[in-house]
Design a binder for this molecule. Structure first.
Ligand SMILES: Nc1ncnc2c1ncn2[C@@H]1O[C@H](COP(=O)(O)OP(=O)(O)O)[C@@H](O)[C@H]1O
Ligand SMILES: [Mg+2]
Length: 248
């Protein structure tokens, strides 16, 4: 489904992705974690070419994402992306936010796009907010809309970059539940998140990054109970609350 082969990226002199190779089969849910600045956002942004790479290859269903002849609009339409800051258009209704790309790209008729978007809004529990504008919604509701929007074009893969990090704590759960349901329905997902409970329950695999490199990849039960790399061990110790004495 998605394959990274020896991907390297520099921001000027800074080596932001160091020889990353990963294969993510269809239906797999991968959680990417690691310290701030380790390259997590950079990694998933290269997967839909929001960032360029300098060497290596990224293949999505056999298509070279960074190929010279790649049509960027078509490429991005085929990959759902959810940002930390929702990025909804403030002057458009919830429904218009969801249908905009599909209609603009000519992928669906307006009627088809609306039908599809309404089904997705239903799924994230927000069909009744279709005519609202984003500022009338809570943060958690806005992020659920952003997820519905990302799915309108029926992408084979959904990328999420810290989708709950900008939310007030009481809204994190509703977004994680939507993500869990998508995962259970077989959606291929790559999610950068610090929600280790989500990783433990939902991920098929956890990837740990540090300084632009993938240092460890493991099934959640192994990752949390037997982290191999010293830096993974330190990371897991560091994210543990200093007020909890029990191990995660
Ligand atoms: N547009 C950019 N220009 C220069 N350096 C960047 C840019 N974006 C990110 N970086 C640097 O690349 C490193 C990885 O950043 P990022 O992928 O955002 O990390 P993470 O998401 O793990 O916090 C950081 O050191 C960051 O400062
Ligand atoms: Mg980031």
């Amino acid at each position: 489904m998605i394959e990274l082969r020896n991907v390297n990226k520099w921001y000027g002199d800074y080596h932001a992705l160091v020889d990353v190779s990963e294969t993510i089969p269809s239906g797999e849910v991968v959680v990417v974690c690691g310290p701030s600045g380790s390259g997590k956002s950079t990694l998933i942004r290269t997967m839909n070419r929001l960032e360029e790479i300098q060497s290596g290859q990224i293949l999505l269903n056999g298509r070279d994402v960074h190929g010279r002849d790649q049509d960027l609009n078509a490429l991005r339409a085929g990959i759902g992306f959810v940002f930390q800051q929702f990025n909804l258009f403030p002057h458009l209704t919830v429904l218009e936010n969801c249908t905009l790309a599909a209609i603009k790209l000519g992928k669906m008729t307006p009627a088809q796009a609306r039908e599809r978007a309404m089904a997705l809004l239903e799924r994230v529990g927000l069909a009744h907010k279709a005519e609202a504008i984003p500022s009338q919604l809570s943060g958690g509701q806005q992020q659920r809309v952003a997820i519905a929007r990302a799915l309108t074009l029926q992408p084979p893969i959904l990328l999420l970059d810290e989708p709950t990090s900008a939310l007030d704590p009481e809204m994190v759960g509703e977004v994680l539940l939507v993500m869990r349901d998508l995962a259970r329905d077989g959606m291929t997902m790559v999610c950068v998140t610090h929600e280790m409970g989500f990783a433990r329950e939902v991920a098929d695999r956890v990837i740990f990054m540090d300084q632009g490199a993938v240092l460890e990849r493991a099934k959640p039960q192994d990752f949390f109970t037997r982290p191999q790399h010293p830096r993974t061990q330190k990371f897991l110790a560091d994210i543990r609350s200093p007020f909890e004495t029990n191990t995660p």
